[in-house]
Design a protein around this ligand. Structure first.
Ligand code: 5GP
Length: 182
């Protein structure tokens, strides 16, 4: 109980970077663009676990086109290999993506290594098309050049939590996006 209160107090001290209303509005406009670009299609939206779960679930409910969903979980091997962009697939897709219009849905692009790897890996599975949707982008931190096709917000180089993003598995359930104060 005491521990729970301590965490609650900390949350109040985190500055809000994006309110739930700001996120909701932007997700709606992103969904409009995607619905328009993929009209008459039935794209496969691939959520990158776990951070993109909230974004994916809100995004697909604003779409006006039919979609399929699947999930992939990845993890980088750690610091020594992070710079080389080696990423490990912890949970792969349940289906073949050959001939499909695929949209990778990610929470945030930081160094770009994860998405760079995923685009290369999924791209080799012969999808009809492959694009990337991210809620957040921190371009200041790039180690490899990477440009998402759809981006919700460009944010400064701060560590953020909430709306699916965690710090040691905490704070994913916050409906706004907050900055962890160092
Ligand atoms: P990248 O390969 O682009 O460096 O890493 C992307 C991943 O790093 C994201 O999917 C996310 O898990 C993590 N990440 C990067 N920046 C942040 C941040 O500000 N907050 C949180 N919670 N995770 C982040």
């Amino acid at each position: 109980m005491a521990e729970h209160n301590a965490v609650d107090k900390k949350i109040e001290n985190f500055d809000v970077m994006l309110s739930a209303e700001e996120i909701e509005g932007r997700v709606r406009t992103m969904a409009e663009s995607i619905s328009n670009d993929y009209r008459d299609k039935r794209p496969l939206m691939i959520g990158v676990l776990k951070g993109a779960v909230i974004f994916l679930s809100d995004l697909i409910r604003c779409l006006t086109i039919p979609v399929e969903i699947d999930f992939i979980a990845v993890s980088s091997y750690g610091n020594s290999t992070a710079t080389s962009g080696v990423v490990r697939i912890l949970k792969d897709l349940e289906q073949s993506i050959e001939g499909k219009d695929v949209l990778i849905v990610e929470d945030i692009v930081d160094t770009g290594l994860t998405l760079n790897y995923l685009v290369e890996n999924l791209g080799s599975r012969q999808p009809k098309s492959l694009k990337v949707v991210t809620l957040l982008d921190k371009p200041d931190r790039r180690k490899v050049s990477f440009e998402p096709d759809y981006c919700g917000f460009i944010i400064p180089d701060r560590f953020v939590v909430g709306y699916g993003l965690d710090y040691g598995e905490d704070y994913r359930q916050l409906s706004d996006l907050r900055v962890i104060n160092e």
